[in-house]
Design a protein around this ligand. Sequence first.
Ligand SMILES: C[S@@+](CC[C@H](N)C(=O)[O-])C[C@H]1O[C@@H](n2cnc3c(N)ncnc32)[C@H](O)[C@@H]1O
Length: 230
Amino acid sequence: MTTDFFPVTRLRRWLDRILAPSARSAGTHEDVESAYARWAPVYDWVFTAPLVFGQRAAARAANRLSGDLLEVGVGTGLSLPLYDRKLTITGIDLSKPMLKRAHERVARKGLDNVAGLHAMDAADMRFEDGQFDLATVMYVMTVVPDPAQVMAELERVVRPGGTVIIVNHFARERGLLAWIERGLARFAHKLGWDPLFRRETVLDNTTMTLEHEERLGPLGLFTMLVFRRA
Ligand SMILES: C[S@@+](CC[C@H](N)C(=O)[O-])C[C@H]1O[C@@H](n2cnc3c(N)ncnc32)[C@H](O)[C@@H]1O
């Protein structure tokens, strides 16, 4: 019997394939697209539990508002059923395989408040200035190649007085988690996100006002930032 039939070996090969960095330099749109083409079939299975805290918190904050909501980096649409039906939702994502699953979820759950799901780059959105009343951006800022440009685009497409809700992991300055993050940073290209991504990368690239900040589970790993456009 060859080791090919040994489940651990198979599992290791599958993980290698999923985590394998692209042959190109890290951080390009092609890297993101090839990484999420690999993640799409197993994304919900792997990420539902760790990401649900932030998705629920962002949806709760969004559901206090009304109007047209843009979800940037909607992925497989895990958060779409969490929004109040009074909100009209548009989702965008760079990855077509992730969007395909979001389309399937919308059909399966009968989410008739989802107006559209589009393949689009968050750094170059094909929307009018001030087209949306609010935007949500969950677990995306660490992944995009140009977070400063994404912040500029968010500020452009949300109307004056509108709200931008960001959920992300931000690097710690000190303590055990900071130490762990510095260790993980060596594997950033394999993880597909940057454990040393700084909160200032978001704050320093917007003129929007930070109105609320909240640490979220699991273990306070993620943070929600709520901005208002002047
Ligand atoms: C970690 S997943 C988060 C998905 C979803 N927000 C959730 O909470 O499950 C990151 C998503 O961002 C998308 N993404 C990465 N770069 C992007 C970009 N420049 N424009 C639009 N979407 C992007 C990826 O394709 C992926 O679906």
